[in-house]
Design a protein around this ligand. Structure first.
Ligand SMILES: [Zn+2]
Length: 377
């Protein structure tokens, strides 16, 4: 399992210039490499592989940059090619690797940990004798694999990517605590115990500021200094909103991962959902995809499990008697004419999700059968 630790860098003026230079060099290598791959393909009809390309990017053609950065940049280029080819085979739309402008390209890495980009005594060493001050607000754990430098609107950051050994999954027993989660638009999640987690109020305020920043940029003249400044303020505002969201999602995921042994969620069809424009904004904002992946990581690290189920009928079926009660999106309460059960729409759905998930997991372990009957009672 992989964990990323992010720390703020405190470069002085010359060091900040050096970081920018390394970022530009790395981007340059990426673009040159891409150009070479395209040219080679046009000439021979073949893909130039990573090792063949290695020959062209050595200490002579890239004299002022650590070989670890050169290697990591080429790895990155070939990874994006591999993604493209994989998507092509699977019929998914993954774009052809593109040339990177300075606005898009915001990070570079060292390919291997202690040989390049080592963190020692509160400094990040980009060369053996050249360290940049790091704010290590907490120590990193696990085995560090490599470091990455990221430029954000608020400054420079270093990320330490660490590996952890896989945790043996805990056996499922009668005592296992289970919960089903339903994600919704009015609240972030509703669980099968009737709790709802709302997105915090400060989201609204930050979003308002973000909209204002957008407007400011569009009002200013293209190519002007004032527009550049407005763009920077917009980037700062976006970063803040993203940080707030991630923080909230992390905390919500942590709460469920600590409390339960099995968490059941719906398989999200975000691509299909994003086509519906009314829902699109709130869905992409809600960050459920991130929530599920963080939840999965946190559960795995504790030897617990996340079960995903198909979303069909979870909101329509009565969780008490199994009758099909059709309702529109706007109908917020589930009312069953057959057994007279009344419950909030999303809570009813999360109970259904939980049942479905337990049924699905039955194949894995026998004690779940008893668990399921206990849940049904
Ligand atoms: Zn019913």
């Amino acid at each position: 399992m992989i964990k990323t630790y992010t720390y703020k860098l405190k470069p002085n003026k010359t060091q900040a210039i050096e970081l920018q230079r390394l970022l530009d060099e790395s981007r340059n290598i990426y673009n040159r490499g891409l150009e070479q791959l395209i040219a080679y393909y046009k000439e021979t009809g073949k893909h130039l592989n990573r090792f063949a390309q290695d020959k062209f990017f050595n200490t002579e053609t890239c004299p002022n940059i650590h070989s670890g950065i050169v290697n990591a940049t080429l790895d990155r280029l070939h990874r994006s090619f591999a993604n493209f080819f994989r998507g092509w085979k699977e019929g998914k739309r993954i774009g052809f690797p593109r040339f990177q402008s300075y606005r898009r390209y915001s990070s570079f890495s060292f390919n291997y940990y202690p040989s390049g980009g080592k963190i020692k005594d509160g400094k990040w060493y980009i060369r053996r004798d050249y360290g940049i001050k790091v704010l290590l607000h907490r120590p990193f754990e696990g085995e560090p694999k490599f470091t990455r430098c990221v430029k954000k609107a608020s400054g420079w950051y270093v990320q330490v990517i660490c590996e952890f050994p896989e945790v043996e999954p805990k056996p499922i027993t009668k005592e296992s605590k289970v919960v089903g989660l339903d994600v919704g638009l009015r609240w972030f999640v509703a669980d099968s115990e009737g709790n709802k987690v709302y997105p915090p109020k400060y989201f609204r305020q930050a979003e308002w500021k973000l909209r204002q920043a957008h407007r400011r940029v569009s009002k200013r003249k293209k190519g002007s200094k004032r527009r550049e400044k407005a763009i920077h303020l917009l980037a700062l505002a976006s970063e803040k909103v993203a940080n707030q969201r991630r923080d909230f999602v992390h905390k919500t995921a942590r709460k469920y991962a600590d409390k339960y042994d099995i968490v059941v969620v719906e398989e999200l069809n975000t691509v299909g959902m994003l086509k519906n424009h009314c829902l699109a904004k709130s869905i992409s904002d809600a960050g459920w995809g991130l929530f599920f992946s963080l939840l999965d990581d946190k559960l795995k690290a504790l030897g617990k499990r996340l079960v995903k189920v198909a979303p069909q009928y979870t909101s329509q079926v009565c969780s008490q008697c199994g009758a099909l009660v059709m309702k529109s999106l706007s109908q917020r309460t589930h009312y069953c004419p057959q057994c007279l059960y009344v419950e909030d729409r999303d809570v009813n759905a999360s109970v259904n999700i939980l049942k479905k998930g337990l049924g699905q997991a039955i194949g894995e372990a026998t004690p779940l059968g008893e668990l399921l009957t206990r849940e049904a009672q």
